[in-house]
Ligand binder design. Structure first.
Ligand SMILES: [Zn+2]
Length: 87
């Protein structure tokens, strides 16, 4: 058995590695994490490709004053166009 500090260290190390790999994003408004590929892709597509601020679907909908359904439809539209941001 590992003692507590070691376990915490290993956990942080593992989580850190995982974050780098997955590029874990957090919602700027509500703090939801991780955001889905669709949410990240949509934020980039709508706000800016180089944005450092990301939104989850409900918060992005509120920010843009549209419904989540409209955003979901947009995601499908962008995907069908072959948008690279959603791969
Ligand atoms: Zn949010």
């Amino acid at each position: 058995m590992l003692n507590m500090p070691e376990r915490t260290y290993l956990h942080l190390k593992y989580t850190g590695l995982n974050q780098n790999k997955m590029e874990t994003k957090k919602c700027y408004v509500c703090g939801k994490t991780p955001l889905s590929k669709d949410e990240v892709g949509l934020t980039k597509k709508i706000i800016d490709k180089k944005t450092v601020v990301f939104y989850c679907l409900p918060c992005l909908a509120e920010y843009l004053e549209v419904t989540e359904e409209e955003l979901s439809a947009k995601i499908e539209e962008f995907k069908s166009e072959g948008c690279k941001l959603f791969e």
